[in-house]
Every structure is written in structure tokens, then in C-alpha cells.
Design a binder for this molecule. Structure first.
Ligand code: FAD
Ligand code: UDP
Length: 366
């Protein structure tokens, strides 16, 4: 008999949810994390009473009632609705693309006037849009493409909009109503007290070791658990046997400012090509903070190389094929469950990662 039923590698949402459900079934769990704190990318650092989203802005949104009820059983959520503003060379536009954006761009007042303007500007695109540029122009016209999409997207992805797939831009709502809500989901908010409240509740009753890398002491940790739940990068688990999967990385530059309110909203996108960062986050506005100081973070896109934080999987064909080869190995692994953003190499939002961990726990913990 080994001392633990499960050894969970990584302490992000996937591991934490799985461990919580395993504990409810009387299982013993050990969670190991190579960072010096738990929570993975949803971790918040408390600076001057402000919950700073250390690994990028995290807004919880979902249409899945079961997931919403689950997270609400762990923390109370506030009424935050994401409504970023785009700054193009000092001109401010509401996001996502809606009547407020159209009105500011063209002085139009009604949906019919906005449609007519877009219709006129999209006439250059005929047939099915072949790339992101064509898709964007066909959705919102050339002016919005030039001012609010082209620069931001090329900074974000490090590639010309003509060389990017059309689907990336389809994630954003286009609305002919005066509605600045960035998401279409039924439920949205930020946990009061920050995401650590949720992670701490989920991990209650587990043994947790931080600052340790599973792969550096694999035999030891394998000997402690009947089964492993691995949420690190799948290619690293297999020591890059078939080659490296690619990621998009980010660099965050955080500053504490001796002023109460820097930009008046949580997220401002800088959509021109020249400003080197894509956005500035002012963390206190996620929780309607009234502290005398404020903390802001500039977000710079970076090309990923080994040793950097792998933030976003690059879900293009080449990487997807490579992932499938690793996934085939993983499937044969009877004692290991691969899960989460890095373990499944999937662009998961938080609600989707919770859903995935719940589903796996249901199958596993009969
Ligand atoms: P992670 O949180 O990455 O956890 C994996 C953990 O495993 C890490 O802590 C890592 O250190 C650890 N680990 C890896 N290898 C080892 C090892 N060998 N030994 C020990 N530990 C190891 N989702 C939303 O719903 N809304 C948002 O607004 C949103 N914004 C985002 C912004 C950014 C910049 C990013 C990157 C993501 C965003 N997400 C958002 C997605 C969200 O962060 C993820 O869905 C979620 O955090 C994934 O959880 P996870 O457990 O799969 O992975
Ligand atoms: N986007 C844009 N301008 C903006 C915000 C987003 O052109 O002000 C585009 C950009 O291509 C981005 C995509 O819309 O990659 C999806 O945006 P989202 O905020 O969902 O994702 P992220 O920026 O985190 O990739």
C-alpha cells in the first residue's frame, strides 16, 4: 500500500478540483507544485490590499450552471462585468465591437446606420474570408480593422494579419446594441477575496509541497501514490521524445503607483502597433477597490523559448499533430492521468478546465 491514492503534479485549477472531489470520496492526496505558491495561473498576490492577478487578468465567465454553482459554493462572486476600453493613439473606444464603438468611430446613432457603414467598408472582401484580415474587415469594416484590430493582433501573435487564421477574431462578440459586456456567457464575476480563496478551499485536507519539481524526483513521487495526476506540459513528461510543442508567452511588468485611480477601468487595450505592450491591467477595478494606492501591470507578448512560462498553447496544425503523438503515448499510461491546459495542450478557460476535471473525477472515482 502506498501512502497516497493520488499524487497530483501542479496545483492549478485542474489538480485542485480533482483533489477536492477525490477527498470527498475518502481518497488521500498529495499535491506537488514547482512554483513557491499554489493556484497555478489564477494565483493572486496581495499588494497594498489589492489582489494582483500575477499571471494575467482572470475573469470568470461561464454558461455552465453546474460549474457556476460549484465555484459559488467555494467563494462569493462580485458583479464585475468585463468591459475593456481600447486606446488607439489617445482615442478611446468601447470593446467589444458594439454600438458605442460604432458611434464613436463614425458618429452614427442607430443600428441601421452602423450596418450601412460596415456594409460599405466590407465590399472589398468577396467570398469566404481567407485570413484574419479579411474576416475582421468583413465583420466590422476597414476603419475598425485599422484602428482596433490590426496593431493589437500583430503584436499579440507576432505575425501579419494576412498570415493568421480567421477564427481567432470570431471569438469576439460584434453587437448592434449599446452593450459593452466582453462576454456572452450567462454568468460572470470575480471571487471576492481573490482566486486564492477558491484554491485554498479546494486544497484543504490535502498534503501540499511547493517548490518541488516532480520530474526531478519522479521515482520518489511515483512510489508515494497509487496514481499520478499530471498537469505539467505533456512533451516535458516524455522528455521531448518527438520534439517540442510551441507556446505563446507573455511578460508582465507590474508597478505600484501612489495614486488612487490610474485608468478608470480594469483593462485598457493599446491597439496601435508602436506601443510595445498590448494592454494595461489596473487590478483594483476587478473588485471595485478604494485603496489609496493602485497596482498596474503592462502585458508584453513574447515569443516562447524553453525555460519561459508556457502560457498559451499554439493550436495550429503542426503543433496539434505533434500533440496527438504524445496523447497516444499518454493513453497507454495506466497509472497516469494527464489533465489541464498543459497536460492536454488545450486553450482552456477556467470554467472549461473545471468541467474537464469534474468529468475525469466522475469517470475515475466510482
Ligand atoms: P495551470 O494553472 O497552468 O497549473 C499547472 C501547474 O503545474 C502550474 O502551477 C505549474 O507550475 C505546475 N507544474 C508544471 N510542471 C510541474 C512539475 N514538473 N512539477 C511540479 N509542478 C509543475 N481563463 C478564464 O476563464 N478567464 C480569463 O480571463 C483568463 N485569462 C487568462 C489570462 C492568461 C494570461 C492566461 C495564461 C490564462 C487565462 N485564463 C483565463 C485561463 C486559465 O488560466 C486556465 O484555464 C487555468 O488556470 C488552467 O489551470 P490548469 O490547472 O490547467 O493549469
Ligand atoms: N483583438 C483585437 N483588438 C482588441 C482585442 C482583441 O484585435 O482590442 C483580437 C486579437 O486578435 C485577439 C483576439 O481578438 O487575439 C481575441 O481576443 P481575446 O481578448 O479573446 O484573446 P487574447 O487577446 O487573450 O488572445
Amino acid at each position: 500500500m502506498k501512502p497516497y491514492d493520488y499524487v497530483l503534479v501542479g496545483s492549478g485549477l485542474y489538480s485542485a478540483v480533482f483533489a477536492y472531489l477525490a477527498k470527498q470520496k475518502g481518497k488521500k492526496c498529495l499535491v506537488i507544485e514547482k512554483r513557491n505558491h499554489t493556484g497555478g495561473n489564477v494565483y493572486c498576490e496581495n499588494i497594498e490590499g489589492i489582489h494582483v492577478h500575477k499571471y494575467g487578468a482572470h475573469i470568470f465567465h461561464t454558461s455552465n450552471k453546474k460549474v457556476w454553482e460549484f465555484v459559488n459554493s467555494l467563494a462569493e462572486f462580485n458583479r464585475y462585468t468585463n468591459s475593456p476600453v481600447a486606446n488607439y493613439k489617445g482615442e478611446m473606444y468601447n470593446m467589444p465591437f458594439n454600438m458605442n464603438t460604432f458611434s464613436k468611430m463614425w458618429g452614427v446613432c442607430t443600428p441601421a446606420q452602423a450596418r450601412a457603414k460596415i456594409e460599405e467598408q466590407r465590399s472589398s472582401v468577396t467570398g469566404e474570408p481567407k485570413n484574419l484580415e479579411e474576416q475582421a474587415i468583413s465583420l466590422v469594416g476597414r476603419d475598425i480593422y485599422q484602428k482596433l484590430i490590426k496593431g493589437y493582433t500583430e503584436k499579440q501573435w507576432g505575425r501579419d494579419c494576412k498570415d493568421l487564421p480567421a477564427f481567432i477574431i470570431k471569438r469576439l462578440p460584434v453587437r448592434y446594441t449599446y452593450d459593452n459586456n466582453y462576454f456572452n456567457d450567462l454568468y460572470q464575476g470575480i471571487p471576492i477575496g481573490g482566486y486564492n480563496v477558491i484554491i485554498d478551499k479546494l486544497l484543504e485536507g490535502c498534503d501540499v509541497e511547493t517548490g518541488v519539481d516532480y520530474l526531478e524526483n519522479k521515482d520518489h513521487y511515483d512510489s508515494l501514490g497509487e496514481k499520478i495526476v499530471y498537469t505539467g506540459p505533456i512533451d516535458v513528461y516524455y522528455n521531448y521524445r518527438f520534439g517540442k510543442l510551441e507556446y505563446r508567452s507573455l511578460r508582465f511588468e507590474t508597478e505600484l503607483l501612489d495614486q488612487e485611480n490610474y485608468q478608470g477601468v480594469a483593462v485598457v487595450n493599446y491597439t496601435d502597433r508602436e506601443t510595445p505592450y498590448t494592454r494595461i491591467i489596473e487590478h483594483k477595478h476587478f473588485e471595485f477597490g478604494v485603496q489609496p494606492k493602485t497596482v498596474i501591470t503592462r502585458e508584453y507578448p513574447e515569443t516562447w523559448s524553453q525555460g519561459m512560462e508556457p502560457y498559451y498553447p499554439v493550436n495550429d496544425e503542426k503543433n496539434q499533430e505533434l500533440y496527438q503523438r504524445y496523447a497516444a503515448l499518454a493513453e497507454k499510461e495506466a497509472g497516469v492521468i494527464f489533465g489541464g491546459r498543459l497536460g492536454e495542450y488545450k486553450y482552456y478557460d477556467m470554467d472549461k478546465v473545471i468541467e474537464s476535471a469534474m468529468k475525469k473525477a466522475e469517470e475515475e472515482l466510482v
